[in-house]
Design a protein around this ligand. Structure first.
Ligand code: CDT
Length: 303
């Protein structure tokens, strides 16, 4: 068996003007508690360092830029890397990434994987960007990911690190079966996914009461149909006047939730996971080599 203890590290709301130093302190506290419970890998949410700013139409470029990281680690995020090294705890960290190429600014919704020595060992940029590009007055809040981020240009890579094959995805990616399938075809045994999900879905408010169900449905189906461990981590609670779901959890390759947080604030849930349990599915019902029929899946890849 290949066992490790992992943690989902849910964050409660982050205020629009909350300094990075405060958020990073909250995250170090969660990492420290995870370590106390024996965890060696912690999964933080999507855009974990700031409020979920795509809910606001921000016209001032300097203000918009203030939500992005231009270096990683930077001065304000260095304590996370120091804590990782000191405690021997790796982590997944979602953040807004700003890079400057010549005169051009490029923006991505990004996550990195940091190992137990505090080194960055993986990076992923969000592929499925939900929402819209322009300000839409009818909405109670905006969802401007298509305005504030470019489509991720790294595909769905996996990383051999921390004793297994690791994959990452970000929020809306978890609703798309292709995300898990591409990562799993590349051998992912553990797929980490941070999210910010409003309870209210303005285009179909009749689905509001289903948000927690759809979250777990996606995470559990993705785990089971690919025989992979999945960790989903929320930014939760009432943030900037918008209610975000919680439900951060650890899902076994069988699709069962084996650990889950209880509330909507800063909280961790931990589980001992055995990466070898992926074989229960991948050597049986989801043995890709024996049973997949890619010759019949053509439309999936058609534009
Ligand atoms: N952050 C993110 O991707 N959130 C979406 C909200 C619903 S689509 C507007 C999600 O899939 O949870």
């Amino acid at each position: 068996s290949r066992k490790l203890i992992v943690a989902t590290a849910q964050l409660g709301p982050i205020a629009r003007d909350e300094p990075r130093s405060s958020t990073v302190s909250r995250m170090v506290a969660l990492m420290t508690e995870a370590h106390r419970r024996g965890a060696t890998l912690v999964v933080f949410p999507e855009l974990a360092l700031t409020s979920f700013f795509p809910r606001w139409f921000i016209e001032d470029e300097a203000e918009l830029d203030s939500f992005y990281e231009t270096e990683m680690p930077g001065t304000e995020t260095q304590p996370l890397f120091d804590a990782a090294r000191k405690l021997g705890v790796g982590f997944y960290l979602g953040y807004a990434e700003l890079i400057v190429e010549g005169e051009t600014k490029r923006r991505f919704n990004t996550t990195i994987l940091v190992d137990q020595t505090g080194e960055i060992v993986g990076k992923y940029r969000k592929v499925h960007l939900p929402g819209h590009y322009n300000f839409e007055e009818w909405r109670p809040f905006q969802h401007l990911e298509k305005r504030y981020f470019e489509h991720g240009d790294l595909g769905f890579p996996v990383f051999e690190t921390m004793g297994g094959t690791m994959g990452m995805a970000i929020c809306n990616d978890r609703r798309w079966p292709e995300t898990y399938r591409v990562l799993s075809l590349r051998g992912a045994e553990l797929i980490m996914i941070g999210y910010n999900t409003p309870v209210h879905y303005p285009q179909a408010p009749e689905h509001d009461h289903l948000q927690d169900f759809h979250n777990h449905l996606s995470l559990q189906a993705g785990a089971y149909a690919n025989g992979a461990w999945v960790i989903g981590t929320a930014k939760a609670g009432r943030e900037g006047g918008c209610d975000l779901i919680g439900g951060s959890c650890i899902v076994a390759p069988t699709g069962e939730i084996v650990a889950m947080v209880q509330g909507l604030g800063d909280e961790i849930a931990t589980a001992e996971i055995d990466l070898d349990r992926c074989k229960e599915l991948r050597e049986n019902v989801f043995n890709f080599t024996l049973h997949r029929e890619p010759g019949d899946y053509g439309p999936i890849c058609a534009g």
